[in-house]
Design a protein around this ligand. Structure first.
Ligand code: SF4
Length: 268
């Protein structure tokens, strides 16, 4: 059976034959994979991007949240601005002394507590269901065991949970467990495509594996790449009109070379 993730954690079933045919025909096309067969050159470029953005925005700092707290935080953050996410997380922490208290609270009360995030009516029951399932499976409400597991096993374990998609899984394992796994959010996805690290039709889900394969298997570098592209996507390489004249990546950017420069020359 095959599923397509229509949003983080929301999957719809699609016929297997369609998936098999389309993935077979598209997987090797540059638009759906790497834009160049020279993977070593792409890996060098990914490292240069990481280093320049670490200088620009500073190296990524590790979170002090334990993996379960990070899971709660990331679920709150879906399609929600950082400020609202932080406010909702703080509200949960203030209202409930422990995550067990959140798990056992009336759902309407939880929904009211996180009302500043997008879709509180979905996130409140989803959070509580997740906490109940973890308790049932582990015998306690704790995900610290993921720190000791190999990254692939941890990812598989988290990905099974209802409402937990590849991005959430990677965030928990990288940010809290310091495992070498790359989360790809909308900014990382967009900036990577513009730079020419991946083809223009690579989905966010496929980008996880393609981009990670360009990076060293080392958590701090992967974290710097993620945070650097995230901040760059929020501040410079924004969705609607990238500010290329302010960008430290102009000389290695495919979008700048192919789209912006020709326009500048035409105007000159
Ligand atoms: S040069 Fe422009 S398009 Fe390329 S990464 Fe920088 S801001 Fe984005």
């Amino acid at each position: 059976m095959f599923y397509k993730e229509v949003s983080e954690g929301q999957k719809v079933e699609i016929p297997g034959e369609i998936v098999k045919r389309s993935s077979r025909s598209k997987a090797n096309l540059p638009e759906y994979s790497y834009p160049s067969p020279d993977k070593a050159a792409l890996a060098d470029k990914a490292l240069t991007v990481t280093e320049r953005l670490a200088v620009q925005y500073g190296p990524a700092r590790w979170s002090r949240k334990d993996p379960l707290s990070m899971l709660v935080d990331i679920i709150l953050s879906h399609r929600t601005r950082d400020q609202q996410t932080a406010a909702a997380y703080a509200a949960l922490r203030n209202r409930y002394a422990t995550w067990e208290d959140l798990r056992d609270a009336p759902t309407a009360e939880v929904e009211a507590t996180i009302q500043g995030v997008t879709w509180p009516e979905l996130k409140a029951p989803r959070l509580q269901a997740l906490l109940r399932r973890i308790t049932a499976e582990q015998g306690s409400l704790n995900l610290d065991f993921l720190k000791d597991w190999p990254v692939e096993e941890g990812a598989e374990w988290l990905n099974r949970l209802q409402g937990v998609g590849p991005k959430t899984t990677a965030c928990v394992l990288l940010f809290s467990c310091r495992k070498p796994i790359l989360p790809v959010d909308t900014h990382v996805h967009r900036v990577s495509i513009r730079l020419g690290l991946i083809g223009p039709k690579v989905t966010a889900e496929a980008a996880h594996g393609l981009l990670q394969a360009l990076l060293p298997n080392e958590a701090q570098t992967i974290y710097n790449f993620h945070k650097g592209l995230l901040r760059h996507g929020q501040q410079v390489c924004v969705y609607d009109g990238p500010r290329c004249q302010q960008c430290v990546l102009r000389d290695i950017c495919g979008y700048y070379r192919q789209v912006v420069l020709p326009k500048t020359r035409t105007l000159a």
